[in-house]
Write a protein that binds this ligand. Sequence first.
Ligand SMILES: Nc1ncnc2c1ncn2[C@@H]1O[C@H](COP(=O)(O)OP(=O)(O)OP(=O)(O)O)[C@@H](O)[C@H]1O
Ligand SMILES: [Mg+2]
Length: 331
Amino acid sequence: MDRETFCRQSKVLVVAGKGGVGKTTVAAALARMAADVGLDVLVVALDSSGALPALLGAEGGLAYEEQTLYTAPAEGARGHGSIRARVITPDDALLEYLIDHGLKRVAKRLVSTGVLDVVATAIPGIREILVLGKVKQIERGGAADLVVLDAPATGHAVRFLTSASGLMDAARGGPLRSQAADVVEMLHDPKRCQVMLVTLPEETPVNELIETAYRFEDEVGVLLTPVVVNACYDPIEGIGADVGEVAARAGVELGADELTALSCAAAFRRGRQLLQEEQLQRLVAGLPLPEMKLPYVFKAEIGPEDVGPLAEALGRAIDGLPETTREREAG
Ligand SMILES: Nc1ncnc2c1ncn2[C@@H]1O[C@H](COP(=O)(O)OP(=O)(O)OP(=O)(O)O)[C@@H](O)[C@H]1O
Ligand SMILES: [Mg+2]
């Protein structure tokens, strides 16, 4: 599939998955890949901590006000793509809502007294609806070609996204209900919003992904993109060979310690690859969605310089996807 077509399938892509599988890293790579094919991308984080600012090269973190962090060097069909990023917290979204509704004078004081905590206890889901309502407003306003939302870890993400329909059941009428209804409408429309699930090629994350994929589709009613299998080891040719024999053939003399160390490293890598292949097979068998593999980055901490190569790897995975989307197949 063409990269730009992939990026323009939906206005909002929610990147979700189990804790620590690489959601934030994938969100950054996705944003970069989309910007490089000419899209104006807005990355939304749900709090100002986390790895996102560092990965996007934002000095001093992200704020409620958006900042431009990247402009693509090459011009796409519709000009240079770019990445902007911002945070949306429930408190900020509430403050903006009150100001927009003519309550500027009391708004700041109200929010700083922690009124939201009190209201949130009485009305579960209100925090989520404030944030998703803001995302919906951005999407409707056409402020970006693509909004990438770095979602909370899976269990929370399902709750996060089902909060809107929960609130609709609870509120009979009024602005809260209409806000919730608008959010549900966005989640149900694959042209407006889809979820990109991320996993590692390991047993527990794969199990969780298979289980939650169905929950996202059944409980939230949102369409899933192909899934990202992050941190995959690239196959190494000849890794199964005997280290001593290979060294002898190459005319290299290895000491006993070197031979042991190299043999252990090769055995570790073979084991890792075997595990990865098993888990990928389980994923294919358990979920009728295509996979997009991203490579393992051999570094203690991934930085902004690694986002470009990961974006390119994601782009190549998209190049290899079938042309038809599930929506078109269904239609
Ligand atoms: N492809 C990769 N190769 C190697 N390390 C990776 C890769 N992707 C992510 N990591 C590392 O794994 C850790 C978790 O990544 P990341 O913060 O993106 O995950 P997350 O799913 O957003 O986590 P959280 O649930 O805490 O928000 C980080 O240290 C990151 O540098
Ligand atoms: Mg994260």
